[in-house]
Design a protein around this ligand. Sequence first.
Ligand code: NAI
Length: 329
Amino acid sequence: SKTPLRVAVTGAAGQIGYALLFRIASGEMLGKDQPVILQLLDLPQAQKALTGVMMELDDCAFPLLAGMIATDDPNVAFKDADFALLVGARPRGPGMERKDLLTENAKIFTVQGAAIGQNASPNCKILVVGNPCNTNAYIAMKTAAKAGGRVPAKNFTAMLRLDHNRALSQLSAKIGRPVSSFKTMTVWGNHSPTMYADYRFATSNGDSVAKLVNDQEWNAKTFLPTVGKRGAAIIEARGLSSAASAANAAIDHMRDWHLGSNGDWVTMGVPSDGSYGIPEGLVFGFPCICENGEYTIVKGLEIDEFSKPYVAKTLAELEEERAGVADLL
Ligand code: NAI
């Protein structure tokens, strides 16, 4: 049987954690023949609740769960980690400005980035879910490099997959075809309402989705705002932010990265290699193909006149976020 892989999860006692850990332990993320060891990080005050989650994990008697630990020390949580899902973050409190949210989270992700750089497996795959996830991933990437550089910069990724999945579900409803019929969808940019969900290249059973929709007004006035503000709509309806769908997107992201996307495109927030004029290093949502445990950015797509302002807007927001944390790095 296979050697267990170590999966670190931060914010493990939170609501996404509760929707995520059981699926990782059941083999939905890394494969039904792949044992896992869970290394769970949360704040000191959350350790008791985390113990409860671990009791439930025990009670599932998952055949693939080869071990688990709970800790409030990032150096322990990331020790030899093969995968790290950085979910825990400081939520936006009442009266808190966007700038405060950035700085509060920058503190968390500098510490965790350093701990990853010093302790994780050299090929650790990192997914940042905690918001603002693109910039948090950028911070972790930068500090990990400074702290020892065991893990390559390209392994620091941010979660745009929820936006990708939300876009698929809206398109499926619009044209009346199942989500499983869709291929080569993508979302560009920041995980925020500025993201640009782009179905110009998408197909459904081989037919052009753009032709099937054939409605640019719906694209601009209904589709993009619906996908962009879906998080707020969930909070409004549920009284809590998206958790199960966020956990599901995290599973999708890591599974495809590890096991491959079978030629299809998946949206990942990854450090730019300069493609599409996005400044190198900025963590940006791109169409990616995953194969042999590596992702590659899909190159050479046209950014047409309709798309240019959207890409420019989400890029400007990310550059502003980067400038906002520059003095901390
Ligand atoms: P939650 O508040 O239920 O749980 C967060 C957990 O993180 C808590 O247990 C808290 O104690 C812990 N935590 C806080 N700071 C920590 C630190 N420094 N180290 C370790 N643990 C820490 O929040 P929820 O709903 O689980 O969401 C987590 C994050 O995911 C939020 O930032 C949220 O905005 C983000 N999110 C991102 C999405 C995406 O698509 N990228 C989608 C949905 C949520």
